[in-house]
Design a binder for this molecule. Sequence first.
Ligand code: APR
Length: 320
Amino acid sequence: MARKKIALIGAGNIGGTLAHLAALKGLGDIVLFDVAEGIPQGKALDLSQCGPVEGFDSQITGSNDYADIAGADVIIVTAGVARKPGMSRDDLLGINLKVMKAVGEGIKANAPGAFVICITNPLDAMVWALREFSGLPHHMVVGMAGVLDSSRFSHFLADEFKVSVKDVTSFVLGGHGDTMVPVISYSTVSGIPVPDLIAMGMSTQEKIDAIVKRTRGGGGEIVALLKTGSAYYAPATSGIAMAEAYLYDQKRVLPAAAYVSGEYGLNDLYVGVPVVIGAGGVEKIVEIKLDDEAKGNLQVSVDAVKELIVACKGIDGSLN
Ligand code: APR
């Protein structure tokens, strides 16, 4: 059987890390695409030279030509500008919308059968725009945010409860940004919900509230520390988990920015919800029961995403 083909649009910090992980995990041959000349080629060469040490045979190539992504099975999009200190994800909107247009058209012309995972921020608006520009079916275009947000949440919870991250499952809904909705009652340690753990004296409501706040600002905390860019190891790891779910038909239940048509009473937008990802792409949106607080928080998040979509339509008339 021929190897799978993974195309990475954007060969910056996340793109390079995605390529490294995909090669180490043997996901397939890898094409790194970028508008910057030399960067994808240089990274591809450097990464290829890991092969003899690690023992992987993936072909890794760099390109500035969309024709080279032809036939890709999975495409992960990180093209665009990353957040600088003081810049909100939303400030990125105008710049990255133009990038999504070019990327969407490149995918439409060269790899319309791919499963596309968008990572570029502001995520919920960019994945929507990328789907519009590419014209791919909605279930084949998804945004990566929830896996990262819930991984951040799980990391902080494991630290607080002093337990293995393996035993922590956390649940995050809504938009990627300050309005994301970490759902405490569905977050557990080996099946024990966080509210029960608080009742057992293993933490306090105040501490969990502080963790929720830190999770919401998780990206900004790293931007402030790095000063020259935004997080890339955990975003790349999260994107690869979604690619594996598709390539290996794992039917994983993951939080992702997916297109809703009626689920949660929402329509015509991408927002973070639990989905099943398998060989069919986004095979199902899982509708969980939310309490009034989570419902209210989700609505705030959805309103923020809707505002961004309106702003996108204002910038690019073809989206109306
Ligand atoms: N087409 C292809 N690549 C592009 C385009 C374009 N039109 N415009 C910019 N790029 C490339 C840049 O040349 C750069 O190599 O996208 C890459 C982005 O890389 P970084 O600046 O290192 O950003 P990174 O940390 O990888 O984050 C990428 O993901 O999480 C989000 O907020 C983050 O939107 C940002 C994206």
